[in-house]
Ligand binder design. Structure first.
Ligand SMILES: [Ca+2]
Length: 203
């Protein structure tokens, strides 16, 4: 698995299309690479969550209130959460959508107990006047997954991970190849997909 960033700071947001006013303190997720161990034989990531009490945009050690491992390549019933990379990192300067990604043979029904599936991504733009749009894309049938739009006007250095709402009901009941559709809102301006993951949650 490729977690090229040693430490990523994710900001959880449930705004796919609509932007809501930021009030109060923000809940953050920190992702750290986890070496292979008895817990995770194939390695994985450690997900830590907490509130950004000092509002510095970083989940500091003292702010962590929950931390747990997410193993690579393990899909036992014991996993509360499964993170699948979509392997799509692209950019465009065109309003014409770009599609790609290689999450092959995906079928939501192969994961008993999973009742929530979200897209997490950290797209960004070259200029804040532009908006980068990513959507989960069914490459097998050539259609976007409904309600999976994530959009942002954040620059690379300010980008953060954003998460859609639950897409479970919008994914088909069959095996498909999943990817990402990327689009720049303004022709001639740079937009990038960032890194995208599909996250499956068990009840
Ligand atoms: Ca902080």
């Amino acid at each position: 698995m490729r977690y090229s960033f040693l430490i990523l700071v994710l900001i959880v947001g449930f705004y796919s299309c609509k932007k809501e006013g930021k009030i109060g303190l923000q809940s953050l997720i920190k992702v750290e690479e986890l070496p292979a161990s008895a817990t995770c034989p194939a390695g994985g990531i450690t997900l830590s969550t907490g509130i950004d009490k000092n509002r510095n945009g970083v989940l500091d050690e003292v702010e962590i209130n929950s931390s747990y491992p997410v193993c690579n390549g393990q899909s036992s019933m014991g996993d509360k959460q499964i993170v699948l990379p979509l392997n799509f990192a692209a950019n465009t300067t065109n309003t014409q959508p770009v599609m790609g990604g290689d999450l092959i043979k995906f079928n939501k029904n192969y994961y008993p107990g999973v009742d929530s599936i979200t897209l997490i991504g950290n797209p960004y733009v070259g200029q804040t006047t532009n908006t980068s749009r990513i959507e989960l894309y069914n490459l097998t049938d050539g259609v976007a997954i409904a309600n999976s739009l994530i959009e942002t006007s954040k620059l690379y250095n300010e980008r953060s991970f954003l998460e859609t709402g639950n897409l479970f009901d919008f994914l088909p009941d069959k095996e498909i190849q999943l990817g990402i559709r990327l689009q720049s809102a303004i022709n001639g301006q740079f937009a990038a997909s960032g890194t995208c993951f599909l996250v499956l949650y068990r009840h």
